[in-house]
Design a binder for this molecule. Sequence first.
Ligand code: SAM
Length: 232
Amino acid sequence: MQKLSCSGWGLLDDENIKAGQFIIECCGEVISFDEAKKGSQAYESHDLKDVYIISMDGNDFIDSTWKGSFARFINHSCNPNCEISKWIVSGETKVGIFVKQDISVGMELTYEYNFEWYGGANVRCLCGAANCSLILGAKSRRFREYNHVWENGDDRYIVDDLPVYDSTYDESTPVISGTSGGNEHTKILNDGEGSTFKLEPTNSATKKKSQRNPKLKDHNRSLGASVQSNAY
Ligand SMILES: C[S@@+](CC[C@H](N)C(=O)[O-])C[C@H]1O[C@@H](n2cnc3c(N)ncnc32)[C@H](O)[C@@H]1O
């Protein structure tokens, strides 16, 4: 995992990977459309502008904002080297990231966020691809219906005004900062197996735990997505 200049944290490949290979499962809290909508609005109203809610089929969503796998650090590209896909394991539908083309060590892993939920805000895409659609999730099914464009006061990720990261939080790798101008910090609590983690706000101008959407905080869902079919 590495902090990148413009899109926050990203996931880099640490071995040569062949096209078609499975990389990682997308995990998080499985929530409904209503919960995703409320959760996204709550995150946004608390200035948490990096959103980690994936829309599976418009009805089921995986929210990896606070709990999930390292898949939640994979950034979007309009010309990605990975793809997101669903598959059935023992009757349960899972969501994973697969490599589209051979990748060598050190390359950033990316996939298209066309199925992501962005909670009401349009986020400027900084992938730099020639075919860039300029806004994350622009092709997603619910994009036009539920998203709005940030206008006045939206200084997020403007090239001249990149998010400021507090170096205090760089001293150990298990600490990441959010991208809301450096005032949202979260700490990775690894599960000991290195595959999943839990995020918790740390101090500074961080939002308190009690400020999170209580509905999302309190409901007790397990890791791993259970969704159906293969069509997003
Ligand atoms: C699933 S997270 C990816 C990890 C994130 N970069 C981080 O620092 O935690 C998705 C968020 O990353 C940012 N992001 C990912 N890809 C991006 C891109 N191509 N351009 C701008 N922001 C991007 C957006 O804020 C998005 O809501």
